[in-house]
Each structure stands twice: as structure tokens, then as C-alpha cells.
Write a protein that binds this ligand. Structure first.
Ligand code: C2E
Ligand code: MG
Ligand code: MG
Ligand code: MG
Length: 275
């Protein structure tokens, strides 16, 4: 075995790897500065009632507006923020910004809607997380019922008892918990029951292939969610066919490009109505 791994163990200088590393270090440096200078904005994507077509919720999705690089998507920098721990500062900013915006819309007279905020596992595991949420709600004067927190199955891997405890404390505040990207991760049905999740978000990968065998999976997730008294939202709805199928199988809410992309607050205001 030693012979196998040891013998041809020379390495050719890998230029492309080096470039990649430099680019990553660059991005990390920039991200540090972005946190200091608050170079972030929140876009919002409507969640729509399948039957009435009304906007019934908004998901806050972060964008990084870099002076040099332009708009950078979260898929590019959130993993890096998680790797470096910067996600804590970024997550604090997001929570505050989303609650502030939602309260501002209410103050302007728009009908109240819940805003959903994505929470990374690292944030959730912070010992001060629940206190931070309480403080933000107090500072912004947003009623907790208008805040939803989106978590993923990955939060449950570490310590189930602790996860249940945090979720219960969050729900005691009066906000709702949504399970994002459902079906892609560590889906144990036992956990679904224990965690008492309010909203199940079917991952877009199932919606994409609804024309094929994933229609059955989607339908099954909807039945499961409803039987556990959860609201079900389908993510990534892009076509009329997908939407029609989802309506047919009783999916309460839908979110996707068919209705709207994530857009800046001013664009959202055109879709809201005055209470
Ligand atoms: P997510 O929470 O599952 O959000 C849904 C993603 O799907 C968003 O990508 C949204 O723009 C995109 N999407 C919505 N409808 C459609 C559609 O019809 N077709 C397609 N192809 N895509 C659609 P986005 O905004 O790039 O965000 C990607 C991920 O980054 C999010 O996935 C979430 O995991 C993470 N993220 C975004 N904002 C935050 C944040 O503030 N904090 C944290 N921790 N993560 C965030
Ligand atoms: Mg989400
Ligand atoms: Mg998702
Ligand atoms: Mg996601």
C-alpha cells in the first residue's frame, strides 16, 4: 500500500490551481471589506397563493453590490462567508435589514406580509441567536408573526436535542419556521415530526423535473406536509405546466420566475396593495 501511494508522489506545478487560490483569497479580502462597508442589498421574491394568485409572502435574498465586481450572487459568496465565519456578521445584517424593510412597508400602509429570511446553520448554532432575533424584532418593532426563518436540514446534523430546543424557543417568540430545500438533504421523517416545522419548501430540483418521475415525489411531499399540518411552498416554479400540476395536487403556495424573479424593494412595492 505504501508503495502504491508513495512512489509516484511527485506533483507538477499546477498553475490553474494557484490562480484559483489567489482568486479565492482576493474574494475573501473583498468580502471582509464588504461587511465593513455594508455593500449588501436585499432583493425580495414574492410567494404566491396558488388559488388566488395573491402575493402572500416575500423571501429576502441577499446580493453583494461590489464596487469592482458588480452584483454577486449569494451562491458565490455565502459558502465563502460560511467558511470564514463572516456569515455571522452578514446574517445579522440580513435579519435587521429584512425586519426594518418589512416594518417600513407596514408603516407605508401596505397590507402586512411575512418576510422569510434564510438562516445558515452557523448562525442558528450561535448561542446568542435566539436573543439576537428577539432584539431585532424589538428594535424594529416588527410583530414576530411577520417574520419567517428559513433553515435547512443541515442544522439538525449536530445536536438534535439542542436543535429542538432552539426551534421551540424561536416558535415561542411567535415567528414561523420554514424548512428550505426540502428533499435534498438529511431528510429523516422522524425529525420532521420532532421539529414541528410550520412551512415546507419543496426544493426546485423536484419542480424542474415535474414532467417526469418527480411529479410523484412532489405530490407525496405535499401530502406528507399537509398531513403534518405544514404549509407547503414549491420553489423554482418556471412554467405553466409546473404550476398547473402543483395546483392540481393541492400545493398551497408557489414561488418562482413564472411569477417574479427576486427584485429590489421598489419593484416589490408595485406588486403590493394598500391595506
Ligand atoms: P434558497 O433560499 O433556496 O433561494 C431560492 C433561490 O432560487 C434563489 O437564488 C432564487 O433567486 C432562486 N429562484 C427562485 N425562483 C427561481 C426559478 O423559478 N428558477 C430558478 N432557476 N431559480 C429560482 P439566490 O437568490 O441566488 O440564492 C441562492 C441561495 O443563497 C439561497 O437559496 C440561499 O440558500 C442562499 N441565500 C440567499 N440569501 C441569503 C441570506 O440572506 N442568508 C443566507 N444564509 N443565505 C442566503
Ligand atoms: Mg430560502
Ligand atoms: Mg431553497
Ligand atoms: Mg438553498
Amino acid at each position: 500500500r505504501a508503495k502504491e501511494s508513495g512512489k509516484n508522489n511527485f506533483k507538477v506545478y499546477d498553475h490553474s490551481m494557484n490562480l484559483k487560490m489567489n482568486k479565492k483569497l482576493d474574494l475573501i479580502n473583498n468580502l471582509h471589506r464588504a461587511v465593513e462597508k455594508e455593500e449588501f442589498v436585499l432583493y425580495y421574491q414574492p410567494q404566491v397563493n396558488s388559488l388566488t394568485g395573491e402575493v402572500v409572502g416575500l423571501e429576502a435574498l441577499i446580493r453583494w453590490e461590489s464596487p469592482e465586481m458588480g452584483i454577486i450572487s449569494p451562491a458565490e459568496f455565502i459558502p465563502l462567508a460560511e467558511e470564514t465565519g463572516l456569515i455571522i456578521a452578514i446574517g445579522d445584517w440580513v435579519l435587521k435589514a429584512a425586519c426594518t424593510q418589512n416594518k417600513a412597508w407596514q408603516n407605508l400602509g401596505y397590507a402586512s406580509l411575512p418576510v422569510s429570511v434564510n438562516i445558515s446553520a452557523l448562525q442558528f448554532q450561535e448561542s446568542s441567536f435566539v436573543d439576537k432575533v428577539v432584539k431585532v424584532l424589538k428594535d424594529t418593532e416588527l410583530d414576530p408573526r411577520w417574520l419567517h426563518l428559513e433553515i435547512t436540514e443541515s442544522i439538525a446534523i449536530k445536536d438534535t436535542e439542542l436543535t429542538i430546543d432552539i426551534l421551540n424557543r424561536l416558535k415561542d417568540i411567535g415567528l414561523k419556521i420554514a424548512l428550505d430545500d426540502f428533499g435534498t438533504g438529511f431528510s429523516s421523517l422522524g425529525y420532521l415530526k420532532k421539529f414541528k416545522i410550520n412551512v415546507l419548501k419543496i426544493d426546485s430540483s423536484f419542480i424542474r423535473d415535474i414532467g417526469e418521475e418527480d411529479a410523484t415525489i412532489t405530490k407525496t411531499i405535499i401530502v406528507l406536509g399537509k398531513s403534518l399540518n405544514m404549509e407547503v411552498i414549491a420553489e423554482g416554479v418556471e412554467t405553466k405546466e409546473q404550476f398547473n400540476y402543483l395546483k392540481e395536487v393541492g400545493c398551497d403556495k408557489v414561488q418562482g420566475y413564472l411569477f417574479s424573479r427576486p427584485v429590489p424593494p421598489a419593484e416589490i412595492e408595485k406588486m403590493l396593495y394598500i391595506a
